[in-house]
Every structure is written in C-alpha cells, then in structure tokens.
Design a binder for this molecule. Structure first.
Ligand SMILES: [Zn+2]
Ligand SMILES: [Zn+2]
Length: 546
C-alpha cells in the first residue's frame, strides 16, 4: 500500500476503464466521490510497480482492504471500515430474515447461498449447523474439501456475539480471514506474524467487539502480552479447527490444544464447534473427553465413496500370488489412456518402479517431497493434461500424494499398505473425484509389515521429538504403541472378506452411509426450492455491491 499520489489523469483513466465498479465483485462505486475511489497497485512499489493504468485496478474500500489485510496500523480510518462492515452484515441478515421471510430455525439456504454461493447443503453440513444453532456442542469429522468452513461460519454469522476460532496454522488463518472478509463480514486474526502496532489495533477492536470472527492459535492464550486479556470476551461459539491435534498421542499434537477444555470454562462455556478431517472413532472420543464435553452431536461424513471399488491382493514371488510389478503393468495395459496414481512407501522404491515401467515402455514420473515447486507444478500440469506431453501414470510417495488434486484419476494403486487407515482413506480418496467408477488396488507382500512399522516410528528417532511435544518417556512409549496399533489396524483391514472393505473403514470412523433415497430425494427438493431462493437472493447480493 502506498501513501503515494496517483495523478488525477491516471485515476480518471482507471475509473472509466473499470466503469466505476469494484473489480473484485462488481460493487457499484458510481456514487463515491471520484478521487476517493480506491486504486490498488497490482505489482507493489517495492517490486517495481508503477503508477500507470496497467498496474492499477479499482476496488471498493472493503475489498481493497482485503488485499492489505494488515491495514489497521496504516489507515487512520480503519475503525470506520469495521463499523461500515458491521452495518452491512446486519443489513444482509435483516434482509434475509424480513424480506425473504426466512426463519433461522427453518430454511437456512439463503444464508448458505450468501456465504458460499451454493444452494444445496452437502451431507452433514445442515445437521452440524442446526445442532450448533440449538446451542449443542458439535464435532464434525469430514475429509478435507468437504465444506467444513460453512459449518462454523453460518452459526457465527447468525449469532449476536463474536465467534472465536482456534486454528493451529498461520497460513490457514490468513486464508480463512480473507475469505470471510471478502463477504464483507468483519474478521481478524492475531498471531506473531503481524507487527506490534497492528496487533495493538486489532486487540483494541476486539475489545470493542467490532469483529464477527476472531482467529487465534491455541498458544496465544499462553502469551505474556497483557493485551491477550481482551480475548476473554463473551463469545457465541468457540470453534476448534484441526481438532485431532487435541488427541494427546497424535503425531501432530500441539501441547496447547490440551488446555482448550480449561479455556472454554474461562470463556464462560460457549458452545463448541470442533472440526477435523481425520479422526477415528477412538480419537473422536478422546477429543470430546479432553474438551470435557458430554452430549456432543458427532457428525461423521464424506469418508464413504460409493464410486470407488477397493481391491486387495496378496503379492509375492511364488506362482500362487501376484507379482506387484506384473499387476501394475496389467492395470496399465487394461486402462489405456486413463489416469493412474501409484503410491509407494519410499523414494527408493519409487525410483525402482519408475525404472521398471520405463523399461516396459510406460512413460511415468515421480512426485515426492524433494522436488521444487516448479517441478511439482510441471508434473501436476502434465498429469491433468494442461501441459503436453500428457502423463497418464504417476508414481508418488505416500507422504506426498495428497497434493495431487485431479478429478479423473481412475485407479489408485498402493504398492504396499499405508501407515494407517486414515492415511489410506485419504490417499484412495484421490480417485474418482468426478463421481465416475474408479478403483483402489492394494497390494501387500510378506516384507511389507516390517518396513511399515519401521517407517511409522521414524519421527520418534528425531532427538527433539520429546521436547517439541512436551512428552516424557512414558508418553513416548504410548506414541510408539499407538503407531504400531495403526499399522495393525491396516492389516486387520486387509484381512476383511471381499466386499466388506468399505464397511471396515466406515466403522473405523463411525460413519453411517446415507441411504439412496436420502441422497436423491433431497437433491430434487433442493433444486426446486433453490431456484426461488436464488432469484430473491439476487436482490440481496445487489444490495451488498451498492
Ligand atoms: Zn492497494
Ligand atoms: Zn468490492
């Protein structure tokens, strides 16, 4: 952001080119006095950006601040912007309530449309939101990408008091804040990335209750900064993102998550909305126990993928079993032109497989953590067909394949079992994102289990492991046992009779698959009502742009 002066002639050119509308979302700026309309520098000055029309773009005040989310210390009018946003949020709520005659307890789709531009709820969302609105504690367990955000955003949006969101990752925090802000809902985060002056302002506005959502890391409550006291407010909801980190013996465990039960008490026991993409039935119970929650609504959804058929094969060198390489070659031969993703446990095994495939005439590439950003991008683009030559067979290390997001992967092949049911479910979830019939092949051989157990324990060999997690020797042994148990669960899964594979996974997470009628009946009704709502909502969206 610059305290520079853009020449009036340049301003005029930009405004006219952009027709006095915010280029973010079409907000109407024709009534704002000409020289007060915001022009944003696409390339900032410190990187050589110039005051020329090709480097300037018209934004409304609020959307412009979204580009400079740390603007409080810079703009003297920042409090005014928050008042403006609060007024807008209230206006939208009352429009939806009054003009559409919508009752918060009944039809929530107009709010869904406002927050996400979708007009149908995904499985589990409505149940979670209704429970939260009824003041119940909720634990929502669903794989990444299944629309968790709206499950806390809607209750928070509708509530009178602010919502506190505890989130472990700074990058995640900033993304969420920007996404909510772009809907003109006042939101902020406090963490060590922001400078002292900015943080001071944010605390001041938190004290004045000017934000609807406040994001913090759990460690914030242990900070020595006396201003942290401003966080002890009255909240409508306490949201806990990545709630599996509460689980004491988990790998990603953050000690501060252990204290969230106490924090909740200190905040006067607001209802909790806890969310995670990965928690077995057992972990779910531990999360609830640690938060001191007795009667939570637990919603587990999205693990079951009816279009993925799981095929498990024992492999070995003798003639009664399948040879892994022969199997892979067969799948490749039988599925010409289809996308195949192969998971391997180590880079070494990946290189060996690549070598063998190339020898038998199959073009393939390796995807793993040691590649730089550019190389990864190139492989992704070749695999999704946007860059030539198109790649159909990709080999990835298990730890890394989660980054691959291509909708038409037909086959996911595991050359050895995954380290846990959770990992396995996430990895086969890469297949068939487009909803078409797809296959998950799992091969296991006599040597795999030893290797898996060795790999599962690798993180424990880090000399700092105990310090990072504040573990003592007993804790360490428990972690070791837990990791071993996860590998055992995987082998338990492998032994399931044919046709029972998904049942095992669903039981593991505690998911009840939706019935056919529920899925289809709901969609038909939703499309019908959705149309009427969308028409009325066009008016509200217009109001926001004005
Ligand atoms: Zn700017
Ligand atoms: Zn705008």
């Amino acid at each position: 952001m610059g305290k520079r002066i853009i020449p009036a002639t340049v301003r005029r050119i930009c405004y006219e080119r952009d027709e006095y509308t915010c280029q973010w979302d079409g907000c109407d700026l024709s009534r704002t006095k000409g020289d007060r309309v915001n022009l944003h520098h696409i390339l900032p000055e410190q990187f050589g950006g110039k005051e020329t029309p090709d480097n300037l773009i018209t934004y409304c005040d609020i959307h412009h601040k979204n580009k400079h989310i740390e603007f409080h210390s810079f703009y003297p009018d920042s409090q005014g912007i928050l008042y403006k946003m609060n007024a807008l949020t209230k206006k939208v709520l009352s429009k939806i309530r009054k003009e559409l005659g919508v009752d918060d307890g009944y039809d929530l789709r107009p709010y869904l449309y406002f927050l996400t531009k979708n007009n149908t709820f995904r499985t589990g969302q409505l149940k979670t939101i209704r429970a939260a609105l009824a003041g119940k504690d909720v634990l929502f367990v669903s794989p990444t990408g299944s629309g968790k955000s709206v499950c806390y955003q809607m209750p928070g949006f509708l509530a009178f008091n602010p919502t506190l969101v505890v989130s472990p990752l700074k990058a995640l925090m900033k993304d969420q804040v920007e996404s909510i802000w772009s809907k003109k809902i006042p939101t902020t985060y406090v963490n060590s990335d922001i400078n002292g002056e900015e943080r001071k302002k944010r605390y001041e506005f938190i004290r004045k209750k000017l934000y609807k959502f406040i994001f913090v890391a759990p460690e914030r409550f242990e900070s020595r900064d006396p201003k942290t006291a401003f966080l002890y407010n009255k909240y409508s909801y306490l949201v806990i993102d990545e709630a599996h980190e509460i689980e004491m013996w988990g790998m990603a465990f953050r000690p501060s998550y252990r204290k969230l039960g106490t924090l909740r008490e200190r905040l006067g026991n607001p209802p909790i909305i806890a969310m995670t993409a990965t928690a077995s039935k057992e972990t779910q119970d531990k999360i609830l126990e640690s938060l001191n929650i007795q009667n939570a609504e637990v919603v587990v959804t999205g693990f079951y993928r009816s279009n993925i058929k799981i095929l498990i094969h024992e492999s070995g060198e003798d003639k009664h079993t399948t040879n892994k390489l022969d199997y892979v070659n067969n799948v490749i031969k039988l599925s010409q032109g289809q996308k195949i993703l192969i998971f391997v446990p180590t880079i070494k095994s990946a290189e060996e497989l690549l070598d063998s495939l190339r020898k038998s005439g199959t073009e393939s590439e390796l995807y793993h953590s040691k590649l730089d950003k550019k190389a990864k991008m190139k492989i992704q683009n070749k695999f999704n067909g946007s860059q030539k030559p198109e790649l159909n067979v990709l080999i990835s290390t298990s730890a890394f394949g989660m980054g691959i997001n291509i909708s038409n992967i037909r086959h996911v092949i595991h050359l050895s079992p995954a380290l846990s049911i959770t990992d396995y479910t996430q990895q086969i979830g890469r297949a068939g994102r487009d909803g078409l019939q797809s296959y998950a092949h799992l091969l296991y051989g006599p040597k795999d289990k030893g290797l898996l157990e060795f790999m599962a324990e690798l993180p424990l060999n880090n000399p700092n492991f105990k310090d990072i997690h504040q573990y003592d020797d007993n804790d360490l042994e428990r972690v070791r046992a837990m990791l071993k148990q996860q590998v055992n669960d995987m082998y338990e899964f492998i032994k399931q009779p044919e046709g029972k594979e998904w049942q095992y996974i669903l039981d593991y997470f505690g998911e009840v698959p939706p019935s056919f009628w529920e899925q289809n009946g709901k969609i038909i009704i939703d499309i019908f009502i959705g149309l009427t709502i969308m028409l009325s909502l066009a008016l509200i969206i217009k109001l926001l742009k004005g």
